[in-house]
Ligand binder design. Sequence first.
Ligand code: 2IP
Ligand code: CA
Length: 379
Amino acid sequence: MADLLRLLLRVAEKAADVARVCRQEAPLFQLLVQEKTGDDKNKKFVQDFKTLADVVIQEVIRHDVGAQFPEMVGFIHGEESNKFENGLGESVTVTVCGTEEETATLLATVLDGNHTAASLLARAIHQDPATIDANTDGLSVPLSPSELGIWIDPIDATSQYIEGREEVLEEGHLSPSGLHCALVLIGVYLRSTGEPVMGVINQPFNHKDPAGGGWRGKHFWGVSFGNVNVCSVSRPKDGPAGGRGLSAVLSSSEKQVVKETLTSLCGPDKLMYASGAGYKILCVIQGLADVYVLSEGSTFKWDSCAPHALLRALGGGVVDLTRSLQSSSAAQNHQAELTYHQPYIEAKGADRWANHGGLVAYRDCSQLCSIISALKGKL
Ligand code: 2IP
Ligand code: CA
């Protein structure tokens, strides 16, 4: 497991490099922010370049993990499909090839012959990322790769990534929107039970290098299985448990009834809004908010798996809101923890992997109970 963790930290850093390159290199940036204006452009790209950037990042992760852990091939899932149709109506499968040149040639076929953009992307894909320092010494978990599966969200909060507003983050404060909300999320779950056991989060745009060297990232990780619970973030000091003093983060598009109920429970100053499902769970991990409540089924397994593992390592978790509201006792809330191994068979396509019942992400069980009691009968 320590080997897998080190590899995931490395590939997440490579993914962050690709995400940064797409914003830093002009030929790629132009493609990233281009608006689909008329029929001509729509004909050229069946999918947007931003989707290609997502797919490329996902394939880098899938390729590198599959190369070191062949037992995991077939169990590495992501948000995107790697099939593209180019301007000539040909179907192209985007993969990472053996050499940088081969990858550039393949990417040029989906980039409508834009060799400059294809070469820049291929270079970032094949470059070794900076070494990630993570104190994983002594980490030993009795699990083998053949028991595990992976969920990848190559870039969560894509809209913030494209919009690209730069914020200076203030220690201990939640900043609602901007480039820092864009995250690379890699979650590992147990194939047999679906419980999240390891998570790596890379925030490619954490701060600007003071010496002018562009954006610098930050990474977070956690492992939770049996009695091993290790997280790179230390457990924040909790305020008074439950009720007033409790702070919550929501999506700005959250239902009015949830906003009103939580305003009464937490007080108006303790209710915050932020972009990105992954970023909101990261806020709970970091103690910038106590809970993240979402009443809609608008997140997916790839959004929650990685940060869920970190929360578990800190003694918290992520539950299905609908199921928690139906349960009669606090003890049953635990049975509503989200799992990652089974699709929702009544749905189709990506919706099969949605967190249909909404969710609550929390660090402290008593705070989860306060939220569930307050929302009972309201939804
Ligand atoms: C999105 C992204 C959105 C979020 C949505 C996710 O993933 O995190 O920001 O909505 O649930 O699925 P909101 O910000 O309102 O919480 P992606 O950007 O990868 O599509
Ligand atoms: Ca996402």
